[in-house]
Design a protein around this ligand. Structure first.
Ligand code: NAP
Length: 295
């Protein structure tokens, strides 16, 4: 039987601003639905405004008002900068940043900046976005950053000698690497933000029936059917990390099924976490040795 308890909490988010990427679909949309009901002011970063509008029609309007839709293509650093600037212009504080958007196991392609698409979208776009919203997160402390990873990270390794997988690309190798990058980023971000009141969490949502599986054959979906959960069920661990009061002083860890879980050995490497941070800074064009904890 698939795991399917729901995270129960009466927590309210009135007066709090929540930014969610990839909120027009799947886990992101259900996360938005729940947090909106709790009174949060929602800013939804969506690749297509048209698909965003369609999702918006399905979301209830809570005490935080109608969610704000803003265009965001994580596969373009320019788009990430424009989105972050639009958020910063409107919001002095961001209480919750949910780096949820993702692509999985697609044919090799590159982002606008020439990065392998899965690493570029799932990790580098969110890496830059998080940096650009750090002042707003710090101003809102206690604030949280949630990074959607996956159990798939356990099969991954960081190919530091060829991060863009120009040689020997396989669609799963690229996905595994990008999801491992999400856990390593969470680990290093927590270290750098220690004492700031901004905490961070990596999440595996479970195997969820969403558009993410669009590039996979019917046989794989059939194989996974017994363990698949609904998008609403898939949102529960994100909601736990967003709302649980007991996590306010915990940071940098990995969660599945609404509880802390041990990530892979490679995901616990402080050396790789620091190395990925340095390489990511260079790739997205941030000044070297930016250390949010010391700013
Ligand atoms: N579903 C699962 O079984 C599963 C398992 C483990 C982890 N996860 C993780 O959960 C997260 C949410 O995935 P999901 O299952 O809810 O999939 P989904 O329904 O496909 O949602 C993914 C969202 O990301 C957006 N997105 C993709 N590329 C983007 C880009 N370049 N810029 C901005 N947004 C982009 C998509 O927008 P469009 O609608 O425009 O494509 C969509 O809104 C992902 O990080 C995924 O890796 C999912």
């Amino acid at each position: 039987m698939p795991w399917n308890p729901m995270y129960r909490s009466e927590a309210r988010l009135d007066g709090k601003t929540v930014v969610i990427t990839g909120a027009n679909s799947g886990v992101g949309k259900e996360t938005a639905r729940d947090l909106g009901r709790r009174g949060a002011r929602l800013i939804l970063g969506v690749r297509s405004l048209e698909r965003g509008e369609a999702a918006l029609r399905e979301l209830p309007v809570g005490a935080g008002g109608k969610p704000l839709l803003l265009q965001l293509d994580l596969a373009s650093l320019e788009s990430v900068r424009c989105f972050a600037a639009a958020v910063r212009q409107r919001e002095p504080k961001v209480h919750l940043l949910i780096n949820n958007a993702g692509v999985m196991a697609c044919p090799r392609a590159e982002t606008a900046d020439g990065f392998e698409l899965q690493l570029g979208t799932n990790h580098l776009g969110h890496f830059l976005l998080t940096h650009l919203l750090l002042d707003q997160l710090r101003a809102a402390a206690p604030a949280r950053v949630i990074n959607l990873s996956s159990l798939a990270h356990t099969r991954g390794q960081m190919h530091f000698d060829d991060l863009m997988l120009t040689k020997g690309y396989t669609k799963w190798k690229a996905y595994y690497q990008s999801k491992l990058a999400n856990v390593l980023f969470t680990r290093e971000l927590a270290r750098r933000l220690a004492g700031s009141g901004v905490t961070t969490y990596a999440v595996h949502p479970g195997v969820v029936r969403t558009e993410l599986w669009r590039h996979q054959g019917g046989w794989l979906r059939a194989l996974l059917r017994p363990v698949v959960r609904s998008p609403e069920q898939g949102a529960q661990t994100t909601l736990y990390c967003a709302l649980a009061p007991e996590l306010e002083t915990v940071s940098g860890r990995y969660y599945a099924d609404c509880k802390e879980t041990q990530p892979s050995r490679r995901a616990q490497s402080d050396e790789d976490a620091a190395r990925l941070w340095a390489v990511s800074e260079r790739l997205v064009g941030l000044p070297a040795a930016t250390d949010p904890g010391t700013q």
